[in-house]
Design a protein around this ligand. Structure first.
Ligand code: NBP
Length: 475
């Protein structure tokens, strides 16, 4: 019997996805650089389905039904290129190579073009959901040539998470688009986590709550419009007690956040595209600041000022934080979807934002009730200029706005850092402003560099003769 799919790279993610395919009745060919991982998978989980054990790439490729479908789940970067090269040498025209790792989308664009020249279909597939999702149903974002999806779609959809009978997997668009949207997904995840962290920090430092008390608030929130995987697991992390010290675990963990790079990639790509993803950027920088341990140690004890307006009504302030979180989250998603629209335009991908909201409702780390609302918003109007302008979100922010401002004011007064809450609020205020100080910026640019400006009352470009008689000329 030949396998419907092959998986190479059997570390945590690869072996769980291989098991997921097998659990859904597919015959799976297994390959790993070192045979030990292949054998471990077969000895521990071989009874879950039909696996074909292979040692060499040639054996692996020969075990697959045509068109051959191989999912690569190895470390992103050079290892992925090495495996692609080896596979391409053994595969035939029309076969499909899927890279399920966290590849940088520009690498995927390059690899897709190279494989196309060799007659192979290359699919860069973003996969979200961590280990658990890989095993029980991830959210899958496959890019690549549309024809690849005919042979691959049903297979991937069968192992993806399902929400209301809809699989959390759809063809995203050409070449690097799948990895691009996975990257932005991770950026939004950074923003979401940072906002939740800021909420926790306010409970701790403004209201003096214990981690367990904050956990109770998050559990309650998880029954309302903030319902999401991240809010749910936050409560669990906050409730965890350290076995060694008897302290809440969160108080024992070093407060220096690490990152693997997808958040940074999102911000870099946003800078190149000129899209303000301030929520994501603040989240990436907040992790960097937390990691500057020597600087932070040296700065402890710096002045905090004499304003210290503690909230007097804990119930009101709790409500305020929940609304600040919701409104800031709307901003972060709006910015992420703006980046997806900009990427789509830049690379001619013709992406459908509503589809992304649909496949992010389950399986992935940012899964949330909220995504149903985003899906609805794009179904009502696929050309929304900003998610913030969809009636539901416009109303949600209108209902949240005073709370949002109170939270930022209180945090500033008490000296509690809320970079993502505050910058999201400023973004919102800038977006809705009738006049921005950018007019002055243009004046300055014209002064020192003759960069010209446009006028509100006539067409064309103008320049003031700053070092002459200061009259205006048309440029
Ligand atoms: P790792 O990222 O830790 O990669 C380990 C695998 O890569 C092993 O199978 C290893 O083979 C193989 N490998 C390496 Br390293 N260098 C190789 C080379 N030169 N040639 C062939 N194989 C090589 O595994 P992971 O955490 O399971 O993640 C797999 C992919 O999925 C990554 O791209 C990751 O970014 C992505 N991802 C991870 C998550 C997550 O939650 N962990 C979520 C979503 C996506 P060996 O056994 O012989 O050393």
């Amino acid at each position: 019997e030949l396998a419907q799919i092959g998986v190479t790279g059997l570390a945590v993610m690869g072996s769980n996805i291989a098991r997921n395919f097998a659990n859904h009745g597919h015959t799976v060919a297994l390959h790993n650089r070192s045979v030990a991982k292949t054998d471990a998978l077969i000895s521990e989980h071989g009874s879950e389905g039909t696996f074909i054990r292979t040692e060499t790439i040639e054996e692996f490729v020969a075990a697959l039904a045509k068109p051959r479908r191989v999912l690569i789940m190895v470390k992103a970067g050079d290892p992925t290129d090495a495996v692609i090269e080896e596979l391409a040498g053994a595969m035939e025209e029309g076969d499909i190579i899927i890279d399920g790792g966290n590849a940088l989308y520009t690498d995927t664009i390059r690899r897709e073009a190279a494989m196309k020249e060799r007659g192979l279909l290359f699919v860069g597939a973003g996969i979200s959901g961590g280990e658990e999702g890989a095993l029980n149903g991830p959210s899958i974002m496959p890019g690549g040539p549309a024809e690849s999806y005919k042979a691959l779609g049903p297979l991937l959809e069968s192992i993806a998470a399902q929400v209301d009978g809809t699989p959390c997997c759809t063809h995203i668009g050409p070449d690097g688009s799948g990895h691009f949207v996975k990257m932005v997904h991770n950026g939004i995840e950074y923003a979401d986590m940072q906002l939740i962290g800021e909420a926790y920090n306010l409970f701790r430092d403004a209201l003096g709550y214990t981690p367990a008390q904050v956990a109770d608030v998050f559990t309650e929130w998880n029954d309302g419009d903030l319902e999401s995987y991240l809010v749910e697991i936050t409560a669990e992390v906050l409730r965890q007690v350290d076995a060694k010290t008897g302290q809440p675990l969160v108080d024992v963990i070093v407060d220096a956040a690490e990152q693997k790079g997808t958040g940074r990639w999102t911000v870099k790509a946003a800078l190149d595209l000129g899209v303000p993803v301030t929520g994501i950027a603040e989240a990436v920088f907040a992790r960097a600041l937390s990691g500057s341990r020597a600087q932070r140690k040296a700065a402890v004890g710096l002045a905090s000022g004499s304003l210290a307006d503690k909230p007097t009504d804990a119930e009101q302030f709790t409500h305020d934080i929940s609304r600040a979180l919701y409104a800031s989250k709307i901003v972060a998603y709006a910015q992420g979807f703006d980046q997806i629209a900009a990427g789509s335009a830049e690379y001619d991908w013709n992406l459908h934002p509503g589809d992304l909201a649909t496949i992010w409702r389950g399986g992935c780390i940012i899964r949330a009730r909220f995504l149903d609302r985003i899906k609805d918003a794009y179904e009502d109007n696929a050309e929304l200029p900003s998610l913030i302008l969809a009636p539901y979100f416009r109303d949600a922010i209108e209902n949240a706005i005073d709370s949002w401002r109170r939270v930022v004011i209180t945090a500033a007064s008490l000296g509690i850092p809320v970079p993502a809450f505050a910058s999201s609020l400023s973004y919102y205020d800038a977006l809705r402003a009738e006049r921005l100080p950018a007019a002055l910026t243009q004046g300055q640019r014209d002064f020192f560099g003759a960069h010209t400006y446009e006028r509100t009352d006539s067409e064309g470009k103008f320049h003031t003769l700053w070092s002459g008689d200061r009259s205006e000329v048309e440029a």
